[in-house]
Design a protein around this ligand. Sequence first.
Ligand SMILES: [Zn+2]
Length: 252
Amino acid sequence: MIPSSQLAALRTARHLVVFTGAGVSAESGIPTFRDSLTGLWQRFDAASLATLEAYQQHPALVWGWYEWRRMHVLQAQPNAAHQAIAELARHVPRLTLVTQNVDDLHERAGSEDVIHLHGSLHHPRCVVCGREPSKPLPPPDEPAEGRRLEPPKCEYCDGRLRPGVVWFGESMPAGALDEAFAAARHCDVLISVGTSGVVYPAAEMPERAWRAGATIIHVNPQPSVTHDEREYALSGPAGLVLPRLLQEAFGS
Ligand SMILES: [Zn+2]
């Protein structure tokens, strides 16, 4: 049973923010960033592959790793949490979805205008001119023995494509971060799902929303709550908790 105070907050929300992290993708079988360094990649350190310097020094190695990750995402399916979030948008006047995930599972579940704070595996861009290819890249080949894949050439200049994700040492896209913080400031309810809550801005989103007067609901196997009013925890996997929340609040 979900407490009636949380259901009431959700039913009367005019602007709901859903903020998702790695836990939501993990339930679709997508390894978290650090867990993705298994198999072929186990002798590497995430920090040594996820920087612009690493890409400049070993472009085929870094591109190969990201294409391998993209291949896993394309083989995975959105889960019940992704679907419940897409469905929630049909029950509230306004929903802003902000994710730290770099996959496209929210989009494939039917969510629109997803704000990707850490970029996307599906939107590579030219390392020189910054433009994205005019057509989506074909599904990646299994990286060859030795893990390397040459990054494709940009169609507009002499540059090569780089993954469209935010690397260590790079800032989050300013527009995306501004939009996310504005939504946190103006929402009535923020549901934080599958985030560890420690890495910036994971802790910042619920905190900003709380300070602006919103109700916060954490959905996580081990949620933690810092305020004793207007902040709640629903513990459990997102794929179980969110459909139940949807059912109990809106009967669908
Ligand atoms: Zn270019």
